[in-house]
Ligand binder design. Structure first.
Ligand SMILES: [Zn+2]
Length: 183
């Protein structure tokens, strides 16, 4: 399943016959709502159907996996929203301002984040707030499991390194969404 965000450009009107809910502007087809998109390349039809549940409103929480970190950004893949798994590959991004002297997340971390904006098909996320931040993480030196050591500090039980991270208040105490466990 492909997911389109509101305002996402889906194709040129000459190439596809659009069906469902969309707008056409300057020859391009755009989604108007969070939609499921089906493309029939043979018939040249693009079908855009709004998703029933709007899981991606600003303020909603999502669970995501950190794909990579490039200061001051972290790039993530959303794995669940409104406690439901997602089949689609939806990307998100977190910007960390200068208040953080360390990167608050590591690659491979599972985080809970809040949607603060939607831009060019990417969810803009924040992990500020006690319930937000890392739910599960591994040491970025040796891959070992981390245990909580103090506020926003975790210790690797394999190599003993101490990492400063933004931990969620329920770090490691909740079951993760099924898609994360299966990976
Ligand atoms: Zn380690």
């Amino acid at each position: 399943m492909l997911i389109a965000l509101p305002g996402e450009k889906l194709g040129v009107i000459e190439a596809f016959e659009p069906k469902g809910e969309f707008i056409v502007k300057n020859g391009y087809i755009y989604a108007t709502k969070l939609s499921e998109v089906k493309i029939d390349k043979k018939q040249k039809i693009i079908e855009i159907r709004p998703l029933k549940k709007s899981a991606f409103n600003i303020g909603n929480l999502v669970v995501a996996k950190v794909d990579y970190v490039q200061k001051p950004f972290a790039f993530v893949t959303i794995v669940s929203a409104l406690n439901e798994g997602l089949a689609a590959d939806l990307k998100g991004m977190i910007y960390f301002d200068d208040d953080f002297e360390y990167m608050p997340v590591t690659e491979g971390s599972i985080i809970r984040a809040k949607i603060i904006g939607i831009s060019a098909g990417v969810l803009m996320l924040s992990i500020e707030g006690p319930e937000l931040g890392i739910l599960e993480a591994y040491c970025n030196y040796c891959g070992g499991p981390l245990v909580i050591r103090g506020r926003n500090s975790a210790k690797c039980i394999w190599c003993g390194r101490i990492l400063k991270l933004k931990l969620a208040s329920d770090f490691k105490s909740k079951a993760l969404p099924y898609r994360v466990i299966l990976e």
